[in-house]
Design a protein around this ligand. Structure first.
Ligand SMILES: Cc1cc2nc3c(=O)[nH]c(=O)nc-3n(C[C@H](O)[C@H](O)[C@H](O)COP(=O)(O)OP(=O)(O)OC[C@H]3O[C@@H](n4cnc5c(N)ncnc54)[C@H](O)[C@@H]3O)c2cc1C
Length: 510
């Protein structure tokens, strides 16, 4: 790499958010630079679950096959109350799966990260430097200059835009002076990963468990193969460091396992924190992933949120850098990133906190009330409750002005002639029309846009047809990140929707 190279986008940090950003931007043909302090993938898993939206992004990156050996469907989850009685059972939603994948998946993080990096390595326009550190950053009207330290030498890397994917203690965020807003959750927890042997597996529950016990709430997650995770709350007065020693950890695990039953993979105490950056963009620099937000892991959404961030940002940056959107429209498009993602993160974090409040009730009287309420809600007998999709929609940003329950939601991915929609229709703007709805006049499609007209042989599972029925519409304008810009209830409304999108983007919807 020569010092005169100017990249389109520089990415600081090569964790999951940086990897997906590099892949998506690289696939769009942009010249991308990535720097990462560590020499290799971080070998300790943190995230253990992800959802179908993320699998669809992995599909876009072409890594689904490579990661399949390291993923399994999430098991059912059982919740036990104060007296050890079953109070709730959450089960997997039955197929058909709207996004084309099991809605909730457990996975092993290090090999999945390696698969993402292998994909990026196939892109000649992406330069990744490992074992180097970003020391400082400055920006002007034309671009961003990163100070990169490699083997004790400092040099400058220049890019038109930069994304800080440098994790929770983001140096970029600190340097920009961007404050984290406290969303009012801050608790110490011990996280323990165990590779359990056959003897230990025989002793453990076969489903994931929430032990909603006021004296010490904890969670057991059934990971892939023989990987089991415990998240155990640390009590006031306990020293998080002491709790994380192997001796103390085995003491806490003794209810389930003894050291002959498996091998500690890692144990670490964490602050489960809910934080969001006040500002997501400063000039040409964007925050994404843990650099922009942190949330307690009760729904396994931290990494997913980071991947959503870069899924949202990458097509907008590409549209601006490749000249499809210019001037004030370009600025508005780039600003929509932070507006959309911050509101989404705040809403999801409040839902995560609500789930946490059920699990973590420390007051025995209130915990008993909770148990009684949950049992009353199901008529005294715990029934299978399919895990509802509790992910919020986008509520603001680059969306149609016409409100609807579908606007800002993820559009499903039907099978078209036996192939998944994104494989056929690509990852640009897509106008999806229900069966028998006429395609709009070609003049309305002034800029490249893929029209997906559902035919008689399409959507055998009914995921799109059911979606149109549910939202009482005949067409959806779908953004490159698979979120619905808006819907039309008639062929005439399709024209209005198209004009609205083109006006918002200054003519471009490709
Ligand atoms: C116990 C626990 C359980 C979790 N469970 C889940 C789960 O089930 N599902 C889920 O979706 N999420 C989960 N999460 C959250 C998830 O792990 C994180 O949100 C995710 O790893 C963050 O990814 P990231 O790429 O934003 O940051 P990171 O993974 O932190 O990556 C940042 C990278 O930037 C590098 N870096 C930092 N500064 C510099 C610099 N100056 N120069 C160069 N490189 C730099 C770092 O070395 C690092 O590799 C969990 C988290 C914890 C702690």
């Amino acid at each position: 790499m020569s010092n005169s190279d100017i990249f389109d986008v520089a990415i600081v940090g090569y964790g999951p958010a940086g990897q997906v950003a590099a892949g998506l931007l690289g696939q769009r043909g942009l010249k991308v630079y990535v720097c990462e302090r560590l020499p290799d993938v971080y070998e300790i898993p943190r995230a253990i679950s992800l959802d179908h939206e993320i699998m669809r992004v992995f599909q876009q990156l072409g890594v689904v096959q490579a990661i399949e050996p390291y993923t399994e469907p999430f098991t059912n989850s059982e919740y036990f109350g104060v007296d050890g009685q079953l109070i709730r059972r959450m089960t997997m939603v039955a197929p058909p799966y709207p996004q084309g994948y099991t809605p909730s998946v457990v996975f092993t993080q290090p090999p999945v990260e390696r698969a993402l990096r292998a994909r990026v390595a196939q892109l000649p326009n992406v330069t990744v430097e490992l074992g180097v550190e970003m020391r400082g950053l400055a920006q002007d009207g034309q671009g961003v200059s990163l100070q990169i330290e490699a083997q004790g030498q400092l040099r400058t890397v220049r890019a038109r835009y930069a994304i800080a994917c440098d994790g929770g203690s983001s140096g970029v965020r600190t340097q920009l002076g961007i404050e984290m807003l406290d969303l009012d959750f801050d608790e110490p927890w011990l996280v323990v990963d165990v590779l359990v042997n056959a003897q230990g597996l025989a002793r453990l529950p076969k489903v994931s468990v929430q032990y909603c016990e006021p004296e010490r709430p904890c969670t057991l997650v059934i990971g892939p193969k023989n990987h089991r995770r415990w998240e155990i709350s640390i009590l006031p007065g306990e020293d998080p460091k002491e709790v994380a020693t192997p001796e103390h950890t085995w003491k806490l695990l003794s209810r389930w396992l003894s050291p002959e039953d498996g091998q500690l993979w890692r144990q670490a105490s964490y602050r489960f924190h809910a934080l969001v950056a006040r500002q997501w963009r400063q000039g040409r620099v964007f925050l994404a992933g843990d650099a922009a937000h942190m949330q307690p892991p009760f729904l396994g959404q931290g990494m997913c949120q980071g991947i959503r961030d870069v899924g949202n940002l990458s097509w907008k940056l590409a549209a601006v850098l490749q000249g499809e959107v210019g001037g004030q429209h370009a600025q508005a498009l780039l600003d929509s990133y932070g507006a959309e993602r911050q509101a989404h993160v705040r809403e999801l974090t409040s839902r995560i906190k609500a789930v946490g409040a059920v699990i973590c009730e420390r007051d025995p009287a209130k915990a008993r009330e909770r148990d009684a309420r949950l049992l009353q809600e199901c008529g005294g007998t715990v029934r299978d409750t399919p895990r509802q999709d509790i992910l919020p929609r986008l509520e603001c940003g680059l969306l149609s002005a016409q409100p609807s329950a579908a606007r800002g939601s993820l559009f499903p991915q039907p099978l078209l002639q036996g192939q998944r929609m994104d494989e056929v229709a690509g990852h640009g703007w897509r106008l999806v029309l229900a069966q028998d709805v006429d395609a709009p006049n070609a003049a309305l499609l002034a800029s490249p846009m893929t029209v997906v007209q559902l035919g008689g042989q399409d959507d055998p599972e009914g995921v799109a047809t059911g979606w149109f029925r549910r939202f009482e519409c005949v067409a959806a304008l779908v953004r490159p990140d698979n979120y619905v810009f808006g819907i039309a209830r008639s062929a005439a409304e399709v024209a209005v929707l198209m004009q609205e999108a083109q006006a918002a983007l200054g003519g471009a919807t490709n």
